[in-house]
Design a protein around this ligand. Sequence first.
Ligand code: PGA
Length: 247
Amino acid sequence: MLIVANWKAYVEDIGKAKKLFAISKRFSKEKGNKIVLAPPAPFLSALTLRNKSNVGFAAQDVSQTTGGAQTGEATAQSYAAVGVKYAIIGHSERRAAGDTDAVIAEKLSHAVAHGLTPILCVGEHERDSEGRYLGFIREELTNALQSLAPKERTRIIIAYEPLWAIGKNAALSIKPNDLIEMVLYIRKVLAELLHGKNAARTLIIYGGAVEPDNIRELAASSRIDGFLVGHASVNPHIFMLLLKQLV
Ligand code: PGA
């Protein structure tokens, strides 16, 4: 299982950041699980530069620009320079702040160019009984991937994050059967965008109200490769409980 802890702007204290990192190091020794932390950018180098563990690090976003006179921007290249290996791109909170599909495609291409593995977030706002949400996901995936070269497309991890689940609790999260349906659907769309066996090899993770109460059931029954965890990844006690469900 790949567990990506998206700290968003919840963690604002370096002591807490170090504590969450220590917990992750402990659990990353368990075989079969890979933990990737996505702290707010200012904490990254304090955590990455002395990292000898197999905990990985992700940027929560990368700039659309490639550097220069761009006050306030943090480029893919600068993240890569401090040991970051992944980049969350197209998170719904960034899309709400103005990231269009075209911007997301550009960010993906910068990330790949600097050796980062993009974690591309897609997810519908709501579910309708006619299944229009499936078309919405297809469009998000196609728009993001079609501008990349075939080889670059194989580098991407897909995070399926329905907006109606984000920030809710386990009881309001997705049900395993609905998640199975979506994983199969995403693989079908990927098969149209990737060559040969690559669609089957792409990692698909789920995010949206993943908590200690539902992670085990979702992991066991939904063919998912991992999780993108928000609020349950920023409280050391709850994060530890969550990780314990997977060992
Ligand atoms: P959540 O957020 O776990 O708090 O629902 C997940 C995400 O937005 O990545």
